[in-house]
Design a protein around this ligand. Sequence first.
Ligand code: ATP
Length: 434
Amino acid sequence: MEEINKELFEKVVKIAQSRGFVYNSSSIYGGLRSSYDYGPLGAVLKKNIAENWWKSLYSHSELKIYPIDTAIIQSTSVWKASGHLSEFSDDLVECKICNSRFRADLLDTVSCECDNPEFTEPKKFNLMFSTNIGPTNDENSNVYLRPETAQGIFINFENVQRTMRAKLPFGIANIGKSFRNEITPGQFIFRTREFEQMEIEFFCKLEDSSKWFEFWKEARMQWYLNLGISQDYLRFREHSQNELAHYAKKTVDIEFLYPWGWGELEGIADRGIFDIEAHQNASGKDISYFDTEENIKIVPNVIEPAAGLTRTLFALLCATYKEDNVNNETRNFFTFNFNIAPIQIGILPLSKKENLIKLANEINNLLLVKYRTELDVTQSIGKRYRRQDEIGTPFCITIDFESLEDGKVTIRDRDTMQQQRVSIEKLLNFFDKD
Ligand code: ATP
């Protein structure tokens, strides 16, 4: 397997920033630490990953998954009941010399810049961002930005079940921004204070929960493989008993081999009946499920595959970055799958002559109905190939003077760099197979 190292991290970050995937946020004002904006390519890549996730949820005929889209600001009672107000904290230590603050459990991977740092005893630091709604600024107007999308699902369990006439087992999926006032954000978009999550809560009967836990473990691993991340970069890691979150009976992480080592990409947790029961007790509302087969009310068990969209994007950049040597020059490229690549087909007329540009425009119009294309007429053909490689475009079409005669164009494959002549009439079908 290819060696993974710091160099890879720097290269990936550099291309991501210089080619329009990710920008430092507020950069014209000097930037805001660990805050990022997604550029034209990054925004499309993120959307493609999210769409792929939704599609995968509808691809198992035996599964029923309901999509949902819930509010970022929810009642504070939600966070009281879920345990986030009391439990959602990290241990914070402060260097007594420079007053820098660190997450205690990450002290091995982040370091204080003092020569002989001296740390305070760890104290709890709640990770939720708080704000106020309305014009007043008191305890009653105090609300929180959601630190996870999951609770939006739990508080709507009964709504979805009733309005969709859902029968167990079924899942509810939610995607969107979450906010955590991380003590130690960093490593580019791996850990940020504002990020996107893709979460599924899968409700089932207690006796089926082990079966569904295994199902989701395998299904979610397969999703990363299908996305184009090779198995070498992925593994499972089960949480030890003392590592488990307050709600979890069992958790297995899907870990990714980041440039600095293995780390979490997704957590799959057996949350038991913790959340539905907690909201039922706190709200005083009956949100249980009526089992028509057994004629009893039950609180369903929950299996939760919780993934990070922005973290997946970062993992995908790292896993698909490749280099080879072409004519004594290093060529770098991302091996994005065709369905994920921000640009799928680069259209490159060999010269700026009017008749070639006209044909290139016609070909672009033919293809853009179905595919994400980019017509590029500037610079030498070699430079244009390099640029398309660097942003992970799977195919380039070159249009030359012969094309005007024989109605054929040259298609170049990003990974093999092999070229083939294909007639323009057959172009739509050619890309269909991908
Ligand atoms: P970590 O241990 O890395 O802090 P976590 O266990 O707190 O993560 P979960 O609460 O399980 O994370 O959230 C589910 C997923 O959301 C994570 O696997 C990760 O992909 C993503 N995620 C969590 N926190 C962040 C963050 N600060 N920035 C980017 N993605 C995040």
